[in-house]
Design a protein. Structure first.
Length: 650
């Protein structure tokens, strides 16, 4: 029997299936269309912004750091261009394998690896970290042809700081270093972090730190189009960075270098100041260090050698080292005695070689004493007995009040961070520090610059310059002018005097002429024999260790580092002072033997142009010739309103 199919029924089923399929297809297309509408219409703005972000990037453009010159135009800190090999950690699949592969193309030293690991710990994941700096042209060429093999590895051109004179004036200039997490936190607190986008270095110490804001400049940015692989296709717009300001120091680097050479291998400090302006002409700390070691991250071995050196080359001695001033304090004590009425110029004492107070005998440096002594002679022969009596008669508090305006035991305000205050003792100071009353027996030693007295060589030089400047106080400074990078206009940092110490003219003249006699007939007559100018000075010897009552000091019986310090302060010429100096030679003994000859040779060079016979001309930095000087913009000196504000008198 043949089965008869119901064609009508089959046709209806087929149509139903087609209808269902059509509805399904239409539904799918509807969903797609709805999705397209949603993405293209409702989410258009979001996806357009994302696409633009993927296509356009802001690349920071760090500014070039300002240059530093000495007062004569000699370059002290410059920027040199070089290439670096850098890694972007977040884009490098494996750091160690990548470094190993790169080391087969260029030499990667163990020091490079140690520095890279240290910088990697301090950096953010988005930062590029230098693996090798200052690549040679050959190394750049070898890396460039292999660049495609290393995603996340870049060769970048950067400006590097360089100090062409090495150790010369290192404690003045300081140095820059990599921006640390602590630096970033500080910049963020000061709301300056955005200005360091793209920058890798910042001032760490010295002028580089004190004038960081001026030297750094203002960052710019490039708006660039990038490919999907992150490559820059083209630059769309550019906000150029503003370079940092140039600094012209008050330092005469040839005088600075000469002073450093005159110290030789001895330890010590020297500050030379122009009395009428407060310009610091030389600022010496011996021994010194090479600031170039710190720029790219100092090697641990080099850091250990510097940090553990018993001579302390990293210590800024003029700024941070404090010493008893010894007999260099006596001219100021003489003025204190005259101005307070404790002594008159004609009043004399009999100096038996000691000052007796109760059961204690304060000894003079000369056994048997100096006989009859008035104020002028007390300075010339350096009578300790005279100043023991003056100090005891004045009392510690009157001495303190007179010495404070001269800057002893006070911050001078010099443009360097971390200046030491020192100690200018008083009864209130001792009570606060030791919870003890001042004893009368502690006063006599104050008069000869011993006891609790502890001042910096900068403070002694500042006081000497004030004495040479008739009591007119000029704030000491290392930066003379700041030069605008665009207009080249210059403004002075210290345009006016700070204040004046009221002094009687006859008292001032008496002390100054007595100091001139020190160099002609007194303790420093040998060092200043046959000068073509009149210099006023005072020698000093400061004890390092105490000597028992009745015992005599013998340098041969104590270790070298326990011997007395040699000090000297002076200014010249007497009538129109152009330079004032304070110098200490640590453990150098009598002031006239070690310190005074250094000052004499500096004066001869600065005032007369005479170079010492034992110093070669080629050791000093070369001055610019006339053609080079013409390339330096002319000074357009504008007063600094902030600096012109007169500070309160201490």
């Amino acid at each position: 029997m043949v089965e008869v199919r119901d064609t009508g029924k089959d046709l209806r089923q087929l149509r139903l299936r087609l209808a269902v399929a059509m509805v399904f297809v239409i539904s799918c297309f509807g969903v797609l269309v709805a999705r397209f509408v949603y993405l293209q219409v409702y989410r258009y703005a979001d996806f357009h912004a994302q696409a633009e972000e993927n296509r356009i990037a802001l690349v920071p453009a760090p500014p070039s750091r300002g240059l530093i010159f000495d007062r004569n135009g000699v370059l002290l800190a410059e920027n040199v261009s070089a290439y670096t090999l850098e890694l972007l950690p977040k884009r490098v699949a494996g750091l160690e394998p990548t470094i190993e592969a790169l080391s087969r193309i260029v030499e990667i030293t163990p020091r490079d690896r140690r520095r890279f690991r240290r910088l990697l710990e301090d950096s953010r994941s988005a930062d590029s970290v230098p693996l090798k700096v200052r690549l040679s042209d050959e190394e750049v060429a070898r890396l460039a042809v292999q660049r495609f093999r290393f995603p996340g590895v870049e060769i970048r051109a950067r400006l590097f700081r360089n100090y062409p004179l090495g150790e010369t004036a290192a404690h003045v200039l300081g140095h820059i270093g990599r921006i640390s997490p602590e630096d970033k936190r500080r910049l963020e607190e000061e709301e300056r972090l955005s200005n360091y986008a793209g920058s890798t270095h910042i001032g760490k110490i010295g002028i580089e730190l004190s004038y960081e804001t001026a030297l750094h400049g203002r960052a710019g940015a490039d708006e660039v189009e990038v490919s999907a692989g992150g490559r820059v296709v083209r630059t769309l717009s550019r906000t150029p960075p503003v370079p940092g300001s140039n600094l012209v120091l008050s330092i005469d680097v040839r005088l600075q270098k000469l002073a450093e050479e005159l110290f030789g291998e001895r330890r010590g400090a020297l500050v030379a100041i122009e009395p009428g302006t407060g310009d610091v002409l030389a600022f010496v700390s011996k021994p010194s260090f090479d600031p170039n070691l710190f720029i790219d991250g100092i090697d641990p071995q080099a850091w250990q050698a510097l940090n553990e050196d018993p001579d302390k080359p990293l210590l800024n001695r003029p700024l941070r080292g404090t010493y008893p001033p010894g007999s260099t304090y006596k001219p100021f004590m003489a003025l204190a005695a005259l101005e307070s009425g404790t002594r008159t110029p004609q009043e004399t004492i009999s100096d038996p070689g000691y000052f007796q107070l109760g059961n204690h005998r304060f000894r003079d440096s000369k056994p048997g004493g100096h006989g009859t002594v008035d104020l002028r002679k007390s300075i010339v022969v350096s009578s300790d007995t005279y100043y023991y009596k003056v100090a005891f008669d004045m009392g510690v508090d009157r001495i303190h009040d007179f010495m404070k305006p001269w800057g002893f035991g006070q911050l001078t305000g010099i443009d360097l961070e971390h200046e030491a205050t020192g100690i200018l003792p008083s009864s209130a100071w001792k009570l606060k520090r030791y919870k003890q009353k001042w004893l009368p027996g502690e006063t006599p030693s104050i008069g000869i610059g011993q006891g609790y007295n502890a001042f910096t060589i900068l403070q002694l030089a500042h006081a000497t310059a004030t004495l040479a400047n008739d009591g007119i106080v000029m704030k000491p400074h290392l930066v003379q002018t700041i030069e605008d990078p665009l207009s080249h206009a210059r403004r002075r940092t210290v345009p006016t005097e700070s204040y004046r110490i009221p002094l009687r003219r006859d008292h001032l003249d008496l002390v100054r002429h007595a100091m001139a006699d020190v160099n002609r007939f007194g303790t420093s007559r040998v060092a200043f024999a046959n000068t073509e100018y009149v210099a006023a000075g005072k020698t000093g010897t400061a004890q390092v260790i105490g000597i028992k009552q009745g015992e005599r000091y013998d340098a041969r019986r104590v270790s070298e580092r326990h011997r007395d310090h040699s000090l000297f302060m002076a200014f010249a010429p007497l009538d129109e002072p152009k330079i004032a100096v304070a110098v200490i030679v640590e453990n150098g003994g009598f002031g006239a033997q070690a310190a005074a000859p250094i000052a004499r040779k500096l004066f001869d060079f600065y005032l007369l142009g005479k170079l010492p016979k034992d110093v070669r001309e080629d050791l000093l930095p070369r001055l610019l010739d006339e053609a080079e000087l013409r390339d330096i913009p002319e000074d357009i000196v504008e007063p600094d309103p902030a600096a012109a504000t007169e500070p309160a008198r201490p």
